[in-house]
Write a protein that binds this ligand. Structure first.
Ligand code: ADP
Ligand code: MG
Length: 694
């Protein structure tokens, strides 16, 4: 059946629906609230709630939920039905303004990094009217922000909303300094490309590691991985195409602008990208996309893997966070201008990003830190763990040109600036788009941050980015408004940026060892794992920038630090326990049985008088491998059971330095065993089964 495009957004309480269902004055009030982030009055909330309920019930909804994003990288919410009993034993359907705007879930049951004790457990969810409500599974979803009783953010969204306001204000201040009198606010636009794997559900069900951890903890290298480069953009198999179609259609009904889909580099790997939107909505839509990817896979006998590294030996998955700034009247601030004046504005915004990314590269690296991403960053596939910016040769040389051209006389300076920017050629998008190895690439009119993990919320990457750029914008505006020589000051800003932060620009191949060494010479941090990256939350300069922009307080930074480390330790502990269970209950028994059957064959042959050396050799090999497996497994078990618990840092370091290497060692031995064991005897699907049998 063909998709009826009039169904796009049919499950969204969209602007059109609001205009249709709300009295004109209420609609106006709500609109004002959405645009200026002002709270609604109780009366208006009451009318909106009533209209929302009627609309939702008409569309089959029986429940509503305050949908929020605790620091678990996924979403949460409890469902309440609309029913309310009447004295005559019947019911009416009710939904009040208060229920729409505020909920009170128990905050202590979500990660809070010590912010909440169970005895003061109350938390609040507050309606975020900037992201539209929608209906899914007979439930009205109300996007909300989640914070503690005392107002600390307990979610991914609150700091994101705070950062959107900060960057809008600061970007507007700079635009005003440039003489813009028409724009009213600046919107952060984001398009998140989402990578994922799809495998057969039946095979997935046979792998405890995939079910529990989302990644394979064992599995020998398959004969065919991604060497042939035949999967990227290749023909999409019928079963997968059918899945993608269902996914698109369900997303469209929810107003998610799913746009492109294709096969990715690794076998069984795919990607979906939406058309960009305001960052808040992009973040909600990415959550919905991940959720639907999983549920639709299940309905189709498939399993969707969103882990950053589900399989060793082949590429992992990420999320490319395309980020830009756009005024409410449609000016993309990272679009190089058509004339010199527009160009200097563009270059000033560009310099703010360069400065921010260099000064806070540790924070940006932190924003992509979760255990699963450690296997990806640094391997020869995804961006390395070192943050740098790709600008392209052309743009880099323009900046150098302007920066180095300083002359002592003021008129000359100004003249040079004019000349410098006038010679700025019209940038061709293709030129700047070619580098695929950079973690942070300027791609013509936006930046592409490629480090974010495929399973992670994009909120953190964006609130960090918004905050650090806003902070530098503020500094630039102060300089410009305090200076009597506007053009000269801009050139000094460009010069200072290049002198002090030019080291962050790198246009070469980020996958090479030479870059790692070069980056070290430049003094750029190389934070290869989550535990090292987490420390950025405690750096005074980072606490300060997040604090003075009111995005995260010191206490909130500390709690996020704790949550990140606890989460890291929990993940590895669960992985280690899963590995132990698989090895003890599956691998060792299967190996013993196989060795027994070989040994039987050997003895039978021997009875007939033939002494076969190769069977004997095989037996020796198998049995020494088995010894090794039993040994490392025992050692791993001891390590896990004696993990320290005094401080979250000590625990996380222990899991990283003691437990993970032992897990790797166990895996190496088991994978060697898999290669020499009869396929029919191996107790779980192989990599070839998983990757090539959809
Ligand atoms: P790629 O070459 O990396 O596949 P595309 O140019 O197709 O990239 O765009 C990738 C994503 O970037 C899409 O989600 C797209 O909507 C988004 N995008 C395009 N322009 C902007 C912008 N101005 N701001 C934010 N995202 C954008
Ligand atoms: Mg991309």
């Amino acid at each position: 059946m063909n998709f009826d495009f009039s169904q796009f957004g049919c499950n969204v309480f969209s602007d059109t629906v609001m205009r249709d269902k709300l009295p004109k004055s209420t609609y106006k009030e709500l609109k004002k609230s959405i645009e200026s982030s002002q709270p609604l009055t109780a009366d208006v909330a009451e009318i909106v709630a009533e209209a929302m309920k009627d609309w939702a019930v008409e569309k089959g909804a029986t429940h509503f939920t305050h949908w929020f994003q605790p620091m678990t990288n996924i979403t949460a919410g409890k469902l309440d039905s609309f029913i309310s009993p009447t004295p005559d034993g019947k019911i009416i359907l009710e939904f009040s303004g208060k229920e729409l705007t505020k909920g009170e879930p128990d905050a202590s049951s979500f990660p809070n990094g010590g912010l909440r004790n169970t005895f003061e457990a109350r938390g609040y969810t507050m309606w975020d009217c900037t992201s539209p409500a929608f209906i899914k599974d007979h439930t009205l979803y109300i996007p909300t922000a989640f914070c503690s009783y005392t107002g600390e953010a307990l979610d991914a969204k609150t700091p994101l909303l705070r950062s959107m306001e900060v960057i809008s204000n600061e970007a507007m201040r700079l635009l005003r300094a440039f003489g813009n009198t028409t724009s009213k606010r600046v919107i952060v636009t984001v398009g998140a490309e989402q990578e994922y794997f799809l495998i057969d559900r039946e095979l997935y069900e046979k792998r405890l590691d995939l079910k529990i951890c989302g990644r394979t903890l064992l599995g020998a290298k398959p004969p065919k991985g991604q060497e042939m480069e035949d999967h990227y953009f290749g023909r999409i198999r019928i079963r997968i195409a059918d899945y993608m179609r269902q996914l698109d259609e369900e997303l469209w009904k929810l107003g998610v602008t799913a746009k492109t889909k294709h096969n990715e580099v690794a076998p069984a790997q795919h990607e979906l990208a939406p058309v960009f939107d305001s960052v808040n909505i992009a973040c909600d839509h990415n959550q919905l996309t991940m959720e639907l990817m999983r549920t639709i896979a299940k309905k189709n006998g498939l399993a969707c893997l969103l882990h950053e590294k589900p399989f060793a030996h082949i590429n992992g998955s990420g999320k490319h966070n395309n980020w830009s700034l756009c005024t409410d009247d449609g000016i993309n601030l990272f679009e190089p201008g058509k004339n010199p004046y527009e160009n200097i504005q563009f270059l000033t915004f560009l310099c703010a990003v360069i400065t921010a990314v260099d000064e806070y590269s540790d924070l940006l690296r932190l924003s992509a830190a979760i255990a699963g991403n450690d296997y990806r960053l640094g391997a020869n596939e995804a961006p390395p763990a070192i943050i740098s910016i790709f600008l392209g040769e052309q743009l880099t040389s323009v900046l150098h040109h302007i920066a180095e051209g300083e002359k002592p006389q003021n008129q000359m300076e100004s003249a040079f600036l004019q000349m410098g920017v006038e010679t700025l050629p019209k940038l061709k998008k293709d030129d700047s788009d070619r580098n695929r190895t950079s973690p942070f690439a300027f791609t013509g009119n936006k930046f592409e941050f490629r480090m974010v993990g495929s399973s992670a919320s994009i909120a953190c990457a964006n609130y960090i980015l918004n905050t650090i750029v806003a902070d530098v914008l503020s500094r630039f505006t102060d300089r410009l408004t305090n200076s009597k020589d506007f053009d000269g000051e801009i050139r000094r800003i460009i010069r200072d940026t290049m002198q002090q932060h030019g080291r962050i620009i790198f246009n070469g191949n980020n996958y090479t060892q030479e870059w790692v060494e070069e980056a070290r010479r430049r003094g750029l941090p190389n934070l290869s794992n989550t535990v090292d990256a987490a420390a950025a939350y405690l750096e005074p300069k980072n606490i300060s920038v997040l604090g003075r922009n009111h995005v995260l307080s010191e206490v909130e930074c500390q709690s996020r630090y704790e949550i990140l480390l606890e989460n890291y330790s929990h993940i590895i502990m669960i992985e280690a326990n899963t590995l132990l269970e698989m090895v003890k209950k599956l691998v060792i028994p299967a190996s013993v049985e196989y060795i027994g059957s070989i040994s039987d064959s050997y003895l039978k042959l021997k009875e007939t008088g033939i002494q076969n050396h190769s069977i004997y050799g095989l037996l020796q090999n198998l049995s020494s491998l088995l010894d090794g497996i039993v040994d490392t497994t025992n050692r791993l078990e001891e390590l896990v059971s004696s993990a320290p618990a005094e401080s979250s840092l000590e625990t996380a370091e222990y899991y990283r330095d003691q437990v993970l290497p032992k897990m790797e060692q166990t895996r190496t031995l088991v994978d060697r065993m898999e290669v020499v064991t009869d396929k029919k005897k191996w107790p779980m699907p192989s990599y070839t089964d998983l990757l090539h049998r959809v």
